[in-house]
Ligand binder design. Structure first.
Ligand SMILES: [Ca+2]
Ligand SMILES: [Ca+2]
Ligand SMILES: [Ca+2]
Ligand SMILES: [Ca+2]
Length: 372
């Protein structure tokens, strides 16, 4: 009996202990574990351009990693060192044509985007002319107004300019040199409507300058590529039906009679017969053109006594930058003997004879080809 009571007491005691300890265990299970906190992922996305791994460590020592996928897209635009105001290739000039490449990188995990801009030199330009493999530096220039031309009727007024780019300076002179050097002489025709009131270039207007042969080829469906071919086309194109030495076009547009040797052109109102149809309408659609470009040696101040090297230009243009007051004249071409030519001039040029707009026909420039 005594043993029985003892067993009951042990059992009750055990139950009490068990229930107490089971209460304690319940308390332990609902108490929240302190949350582990994490710092920032590193490295940053800021400079990453390809997939990379980020890690972060928790307050309780847990290390986490994740892979960031980086995707990119790029866009390009054209510029120049001058616009960017930076000598990107460190050659001492701001002449280079530049491709600006903007690449946008996007990171996964909502990391957003960042951009990297880089520059590529499209064309390394230097002031001068490259003929074949030979580069000749041309640092100086001048332009001279060289007369007027009215094509077909007096509403179509164009002006001739002689643009000289040379290697020896004295650019404040017009056609006057001292010493030896080189000259690229270019005759340009610009439509009067596109000039300012003093016959100067309208600032910031880009004047595209097709070569005469291109213009004639396109208007008259020809394939002229030399002055010889040009002259033979002229002979076949400008017929003098009545033999009075004035060609039919000349007579028609100048109120002559192409079939009557006694009625000749009215020279008081003379207009050029070039680029006209038989009704005297202008066929010329270009506002500007180059009539010739010739490369000369300057020999003790003299040039033009030899034949020079004729250059047939393509993709040529001139623009006067209003903010710098510098002219940018650039183009490509081919010499008569087939050498490729590149010309580039970016600088100040001196202006000459801008008050004289006398008709070209009454003014013969000693170096002019007088194409028209
Ligand atoms: Ca440069
Ligand atoms: Ca350069
Ligand atoms: Ca005639
Ligand atoms: Ca006649």
């Amino acid at each position: 009996m005594k043993l029985y009571i003892k067993s009951i007491l042990v059992l009750i005691f055990s139950v009490i202990i068990t229930s107490c300890s089971s209460d304690d265990g319940g308390d332990e299970m609902v108490t929240p574990t302190p949350q582990e906190t994490f710092g920032n992922w590193s490295p940053d996305f800021t400079n990453q351009t390809s997939n990379f791994t980020q890690t972060r460590t928790g307050s309780q020592g847990t290390e986490q990693t994740r892979t960031i996928n980086v995707t990119s897209s790029s866009s390009t635009s054209s510029s120049t060192e001058e616009i960017l105001e930076e000598d990107i290739n460190d050659d001492g000039d701001l002449f280079e044509d530049i491709e600006v490449i903007t690449t946008t990188y996007t990171g996964s995990e909502n990391l957003g985007t960042h951009q990297i801009t880089s520059y590529e030199i499209l064309e390394d330009n230097d002031n001068g002319i490259l003929i074949g493999n030979e580069f000749i530096s041309m640092e100086y220039g001048y332009i001279e107004l060289d007369g007027r031309e009215d094509f077909c009727n007096t509403d179509n007024r164009y002006f001739y300019y002689i643009l000289g780019i040379n290697s020896i300076g004295s650019s404040f002179n017009d056609n006057n040199f001292f010493g030896d050097g080189y000259l690229v002489e270019t005759e340009i025709l610009l439509k009067g409507d596109n000039l300012d009131q003093e016959y100067k270039l309208t600032p910031d207007q880009n004047y595209n300058l097709p070569f005469t042969f291109q213009v004639i080829n396109s208007i008259y469906n020809q394939e002229i590529s030399s002055f010889e071919e040009y002259e033979s086309w002229e002979e076949s194109h400008f017929i003098d039906s009545d033999g009075d030495t004035y060609n039919d076009f000349d007579e028609i547009v100048n109120n002559g009679d192409p079939n009557d040797p006694d009625i000749i052109t009215d020279s008081d109102e003379y207009v050029s017969e070039y680029f006209c149809d038989l009704n005297g309408n202008l066929l010329l659609e270009d506002d500007n053109l180059i009539t010739y470009m010739t490369f000369y040696n300057i020999d003790n101040g003299d040039y033009g006594s030899g034949p020079g090297t004729e250059i047939f230009t393509v993709n040529t243009s001139i623009i006067l930058n209003s903010s710098s007051e510098k002219y940018l004249f650039k183009g490509e071409g081919t010499t008569e003997s087939g050498l490729p030519v590149k010309i580039y001039f970016n600088g100040f040029i001196s202006l000459h004879d801008f008050t004289s707009e006398s008709s070209k026909s009454s003014k013969k420039n000693r170096n002019s080809k007088n194409v028209f």
